[in-house]
Each structure stands twice: as structure tokens, then as C-alpha cells.
Design a binder for this molecule. Structure first.
Ligand code: ATP
Ligand code: BUA
Length: 361
């Protein structure tokens, strides 16, 4: 019998781009990255204000590629800063739309994913979904304790790519994801290191404005007392400090660029400051992996390195030589987010899974 074919449009809005793909089941038939210049983005005062502009660019891109939207079975967007929820595929509903519009847990480009998916899908009378948003929260209770009773640790991380790559690793090894203990390290504009056990991410750093290694544009963990002193020194406004932590932190703060390729070129030309900072970023990633290995009591099947920085050979080597005594290191450069969105939607369309209802419980 012929397999039923579902055509799914997937939408992944990032800070400087909107990536879209069209899949027939899990097979990619069209992919496009629409880049937004900083001038185009700067014209909007908030993420949500970009909604009509981004939706229009998506529809134009589909039109240019000759994609007839009336053949779609569903639309799936990357979910944003919602309430903390467990991983999986969720139907877009009114509560979710409201939370995405007001940025329940903050502002992030992916807040637009579910909204645009819903708008396109409802015009076609087809379902819309989100999959594994950045707020997926499967932390063990012990991981929430920060040590400061007024603040709990939060789970904000690259859930979509971490889960997709972990599943891919399991498939490559002929194993089931939920049988493995994995340390998955996503290294992009932000860096998150997750301890995956029994199919759940029981510990992970909050890669947005929480903790963990510094990254191309984020500060990660900073000494708390010194940060408090700086906040009250009268030198900076609140939004300026926030920007120094997220956006202008990490490599940007030290070296003026978020582009690791540029940093590598500077190192090749003998820039010692660039060498120290780049090495420090690898050192902090390795330190976070070591910490995740303790969470898993040393019972680690593999350490997985993924995201754009995993293309950097020297960077990967520098991490690997510090952590390969813990477990084998597998490298999956780049990200697999469009594919993961499509697979999440198709699992539901085929009836292999039920779509979850937001918010759970
Ligand atoms: N070939 C390469 N060698 C070294 N670094 C690379 C290479 N290609 C990309 N990078 C670096 O990867 C980083 C961006 O990674 P990525 O594209 O995963 O981030 P993003 O999607 O913008 O953010 P995030 O992954 O946090 O959502 C940049 O610093 C970029 O310079
Ligand atoms: C940490 C959440 C995803 C991102 O890097 O923006």
C-alpha cells in the first residue's frame, strides 16, 4: 500500500533570518533562508511588530519557488518563550497565541513561529503546530535549586536541535533515544549543554540570559557580586546591562565580532587576544560538559557537539581533548531544526503521536 503523503510548511524565525522549508513527510523538497538586514529589523520596536513583515516575506518566497500553499497539509513553526512545558509537538491554540504575542517568558524571534504558522494554516483550514520550543522544561527538581531562594534555575535552551540530534545519534547507533545517557552541546549564537537521560533533559544551562559557558554573543555565567555592583554603579541603564549580557556579551564583548570564522582568521594572523578568548570559550564548554557528566554520575554513552561552532575543527579539538576521557565525542555540525519541525508535525499527522495541548495540566 502506498504511504500517505503529508506536505508540511515549516518556519524557523531567527534573530537575523527566517528559515523555511517544505517537506513531503520527512523529505525536504524546498528550503530557503530569508536574510533580514539589520536596518530592516531595526525599524521594528519589538519582535511581535515584525509579524506582518516576516509573514509577507515567507509568502513571497513560497510564491517565487512556485509552491502552491493550497497543497499543504499543515504548517509548523518553531515555538518561542512560552510557559515551561515538556518536549513534543503542540497544536497552536488561543492560549499559546496570547502567550507568544505578549512574550510570556520574554522576547525571542521564535515567538513569531507559532503565530505565523497559525495565521497561514487557519486561512487554509489546516492544522498548525509547534515542536520542542526553547522553553522545554524537563529538569529534575534538584536542578531548579539555584542556591538563592528568590531565584529558581530555568530551562531555556536549543531543545529542538538538541532533541533532534540526540535522536539522530541514537538512530545511527541502532539504539533508542530514551535508553541513552547523552550530553548534548549546542554551540551557536548561544551555547547550551544538556544532560539527556531516559529521553528527558534533566539538566541544562539557561542559554539565553542565565548561566553556562559564554558564547559568540552571550556572557553566560558571570560573577554575581561583581554584576550587582556594576548594575548599581550608575554607569549603565538596565537595558544596557542586559545587552552586554545577551547580544553584546561573549566573543562580541571581547573581540567585537560574533563570527567564529573571523576569530579563527585573526588567530591565524597571530592575534594572541583572540586566541586566548576563543580557547577560553572552548574551556568553558568543556567545564560545562564535565559538570553534566557528574549529573549523569559518569554514566555517559556519548558527548555530542552540534551547532555552527561545531564546524570549527580547532574549536572542536580543543573541547574534545578535555572531555574525551568521559565518553566518545560525536560531532554533528550545524543544526537540523527544519527537519525536526517537519518530523514532529508528520508524527502527529500520521497518528503516531497525539498533539499535546498547551499548556499541559
Ligand atoms: N565553518 C565554520 N567554522 C567555525 N565556526 C563557524 C563555521 N560556520 C559557522 N560558524 C560559527 O557558528 C556560529 C553560529 O552558529 P549557528 O548558525 O548555529 O547560530 P545561530 O543559529 O545564529 O544561533 P543559535 O544556534 O544559538 O540559535 C557563528 O559564530 C559562526 O561564525
Ligand atoms: C537558548 C535559546 C535559544 C537561543 O540561542 O536563542
Amino acid at each position: 500500500m502506498q504511504e500517505q503523503l503529508y506536505r508540511v510548511l515549516v518556519i524557523n524565525p531567527g534573530s537575523t533570518s527566517t528559515k523555511i522549508g517544505v517537506f513531503d513527510n520527512d523529505v525536504l523538497i524546498m528550503e530557503k533562508t530569508i536574510r533580514h538586514s539589520s536596518q530592516a529589523i531595526a525599524g521594528f520596536s519589538s519582535i511581535i511588530d515584525q509579524y506582518a513583515f516576516r509573514k509577507q516575506t515567507i509568502l513571497e518566497a513560497l510564491d517565487e519557488e512556485g509552491m502552491n500553499v493550497s497543497n499543504l497539509s499543515a504548517v509548523c513553526g518553531r515555538g518561542g518563550l512560552l510557559r515551561p512545558i515538556e518536549g513534543g509537538t503542540y497544536s497552536v491554540n488561543e492560549t499559546m497565541l496570547e502567550d507568544l504575542r505578549r512574550g510570556y517568558s520574554g522576547q525571542h524571534a521564535s515567538n513569531l513561529g507559532g503565530i505565523i504558522a497559525f495565521e497561514i494554516a487557519s486561512g487554509l483550514n489546516i492544522p498548525s503546530f509547534i515542536v520542542d520550543p526553547v522553553v522545554v522544561d524537563e529538569l529534575d527538581p534538584i536542578a531548579r535549586v539555584s542556591g538563592f531562594s528568590l531565584i529558581s534555575r530555568k530551562s531555556i535552551f536549543h531543545a529542538l536541535n538538541q532533541k533532534a540530534v540526540a535522536r539522530r545519534y541514537a538512530m545511527d547507533k541502532g539504539r533508542k533515544y530514551n535508553e541513552l545517557n547523552l550530553i548534548v552541546t549546542h554551540m551557536g549564537g548561544g551555547i547550551t549543554v544538556g544532560a539527556h537521560s531516559g529521553g528527558r533533559v534533566i539538566e541544562v544551562n539557561n542559554g539565553l540570559h542565565g548561566d553556562g559557558p559564554f558564547s559568540p554573543e552571550r556572557a553566560g555565567t558571570v560573577p554575581a557580586g561583581d554584576l550587582v555592583e556594576l548594575c548599581f554603579s550608575g554607569q549603565y541603564y538596565r537595558h544596557e546591562i542586559m545587552k552586554k549580557l545577551v547580544g553584546q556579551g561573549g566573543l562580541v564583548g571581547y573581540l567585537g565580532t560574533n563570527d567564529a570564522v573571523t576569530v579563527e582568521k585573526r588567530i591565524q594572523k597571530g592575534d594572541k587576544e583572540a586566541e586566548l578568548i576563543y580557547e577560553a570559550m572552548a574551556y568553558q564548554v568543556a567545564r560545562e560538559i564535565g559538570s553534566a557528566s557528574a549529573v549523569l554520575r559518569g554514566n555517559v554513552d556519548a558527548i555530542i557537539l552540534t551547532g555552527g561552532l561545531a564546524y570549527g575543527k580547532g574549536f572542536v579539538e580543543s573541547i574534545t581533548e578535555r572531555v574525551n576521557w568521559i565518553a566518545d565525542v560525536a560531532v554533528y555540525p550545524g543544526e537540523n531544526e527544519l527537519q525536526a519541525l517537519a518530523e514532529g508535525a508528520v508524527r502527529v499527522l500520521k497518528g503516531e503521536e497525539n498533539a499535546k495541548i498547551y499548556p499541559l495540566g
